[in-house]
Design a protein around this ligand. Structure first.
Ligand code: TYM
Length: 334
């Protein structure tokens, strides 16, 4: 198995990132060769402040290591230090179709009504994401549900490139499979059960950050939007109750149990009892992560060294596929 995934260093690592993706990164470290990267090149597709991006990049490395991504077992790096990502994106731009990119929901959501004013990087964002995974002959990509469409596009690009420029028995690219956790595919905002938990939502009360301290976590859970009904005793009773459903799903994912089991325990109880239990469960898991994060983030030199080491290995692993791609396209490299 070759396992590859990325995260944008655009803000705090939150519970949605953790349950949707990072926890699986950590778990999959023994299943195969793992490359995990900060998608810093993707982060410039939206307006950004350079100094904040730099600071967030270091903080994200610290947060990932605090969560259990082990730089001795996995290659942890940022795209910027592996130019093959950007190079392969350009090569794949010849294969990606405008129509495919136009249909991407992220493009439609983020560009909104102002398409003319959106950056070209936002439009071609999914091609860079395809390059990220195709560069390494990736077999598995652990992500949350919101990345599924981008991975389908990566497969379409790989397939078209293989058809156009390689023989059937010797394809240039492997088709990657998304690995999406069924129990935590999409963690929702604590303030709005119809919006996903996100780094870009202005209200910090909408998300639990992996770096929040115990008091903040308890406060955010206490203030989370709910409804006046007690919890039902079976999952069907959660239909139409998006906020309640989300909190139960978070509890189940954190406890490593199921929605059925959580409702068997809390069915009939009100949120006055359920919320403190959820808060404590979160604090129990997040407190050690927070402590480690606070310690790690002080040492920028150590964080830089982690990225440099990961990038060096990634550059080596990327080289053969990049060469083959140039060659398949008939580009002369001397
Ligand atoms: P990003 O930075 O938005 O999120 C990182 C990972 O967290 C998952 N995630 C969630 N999962 C469940 N519930 C949520 N509320 C939630 N919010 C985020 C995301 O699905 C993702 O797995 N385009 C990507 C970064 C990227 C990438 C890649 C990923 C660039 N290249 C190649 C995989 C492979 C992104 O912006 O993720």
């Amino acid at each position: 198995m070759r396992i590859v995934s990325g995260i944008q260093p655009t803000g705090n690592l939150h519970l949605g990132n953790y349950l949707g993706a990072i926890r699986n990164w950590v778990r999959m470290q023994d299943d195969g060769e793992c490359l995990f990267f900060l998608a810093d090149l993707h982060a410039i597709s939206m307006p950004h402040d350079p100094a904040t991006l730099t600071a967030n990049t270091y903080e994200m490395v610290a947060a990932l290591v605090a969560c259990g991504v082990d730089p001795d077992r996995s290659y942890l790096f940022n795209q910027t230090q592996v130019p093959a990502h950007a190079e392969l994106q350009w090569l794949l731009n010849g294969t990606a179709r405008m129509g495919w990119l136009n249909r991407m929901t992220q493009w439609k959501d983020k560009a909104g009504k102002n398409r003319e004013g959106a950056s070209a990087a936002l439009f071609t964002y999914p091609v860079l994401q395809a390059a990220d995974v195709l560069l390494y002959q990736t077999t598995h990509v652990p992500v949350g549900d919101d990345q599924k469409q981008h991975l389908e596009l990566a497969r379409d690009i790989a397939q078209k490139f293989n058809n156009d420029f390689a023989s059937e028995d010797d394809p240039v690219f492997t088709l990657p499979e998304p690995f999406i956790p069924p129990e935590a595919a999409r963690i929702m905002s604590l303030r709005d059960g119809s919006a996903k938990m996100s780094k870009s939502e202005p209200s910090d009360m909408s998300r639990i950050n992996m770096t929040d301290d115990a008091d903040t976590i308890m406060q955010k859970v206490k203030k989370a939007k709910t409804d006046p009904e007690p919890l039902p005793s079976d999952p069907a009773g959660l239909e139409g109750r998006a906020e309640a459903k989300n909190l139960v799903a978070i509890y189940a994912a954190m406890a490593g149990s199921s929605v059925d089991a959580v409702l068997a325990e809390f069915g009939g109880e009100g949120f006055g009892k359920f919320k403190p239990a959820l808060g404590e469960l979160l604090v129990e898991t997040l407190a050690p992560i927070n402590a480690r994060f606070v310690e790690l983030k002080q040492d920028r030199a150590a964080l830089s060294a982690i990225l440099a080491k990961g990038a060096e290995k990634a550059r080596t692993l990327a080289a053969p596929t990049l060469s083959r791609t140039y060659e398949a396209l008939g580009l002369v490299r001397g």
